[in-house]
Design a protein. Structure first.
Length: 219
């Protein structure tokens, strides 16, 4: 089955990475950052349900995309309980064997249409990804929780990550200030945002150009 799917999906224009076991699949998910995962129900070292759970929950030190869409391919004898358990563990779709290949491809395309961002909806700067419709922020595939103004500041900086935005411009467009006076609002938010985006061994984000303003990426 895996060989059949690899061969035909490749022929239909997909870049396919095959794995024979759950551990190998997780390594590929981290290394290749796929747009969708097909999981068999029975693997040598894990069930399909278990692999789906691990993909969703993530693991310390691992950086795969925990929101990657997953289609679970169930066994012939799969019933409604198997489907419910699969969805409870985070799969996006469930298809029991034997299935029609063309139906599988149609479901793959349907999921990708729903999950892939429209042009302008996704901002990427270095290893930072901002999905604007869902307001999800990730660094190296790891979700980052931001407060409302921290998120708005990041979106502004990520729109032109190498540009230095003047403090007055950021205060006006992110906070709506009309007169500025003496305020530490921007500096305190920028500092918190920098700490939340920081990752060991990674470049520093949110660069302070003293006396001018901020930019997201260094040279």
């Amino acid at each position: 089955m895996r060989g059949f799917l690899e061969r035909h999906l490749t022929h239909d224009g997909f870049d396919v990475y095959g794995a024979t076991a759950g551990g190998e699949a997780l390594e590929i998910a981290e290394r290749e950052q796929p747009e969708l995962v097909l999981v068999g129900s029975a693997l040598p070292d894990a069930s399909g349900h278990e692999l789906c759970r691990r993909l969703r929950e993530g693991e310390p030190g691992r950086s795969w995309n925990r929101d990657v869409p997953v289609i679970l391919l169930g066994e012939t004898e799969s019933d409604s309980v198997d489907r419910v358990r699969a969805f409870a563990r985070g799969c996006d779709d469930f298809l029991a064997k034997p299935f029609d290949y063309e139906e599988l491809v149609a479901r793959i395309h349907a999921i990708l249409r729903r999950t892939q961002p429209r042009r302008g909806d996704r901002l990427q700067a270095g290893e930072i990804v901002v999905d604007q419709p869902t307001r999800r922020v990730s660094v190296r595939g790891e979700r980052v929780a931001l407060a409302s103004k921290e998120y708005e500041l990041l979106v502004k900086l990520a729109s032109e990550p190498l540009r230095v935005f003047a403090k007055e411009e950021l205060l006006r467009e992110v906070w709506g200030f009309r007169s500025f006076g003496r305020t530490r609002t921007l500096d305190s938010h920028a500092s918190r945002l920098r700490r939340k985006l920081a990752r060991p061994g990674a470049a520093e984000y949110v660069i302070n150009e003293w006396g001018v303003g901020y930019r997201l990426l260094g040279d």
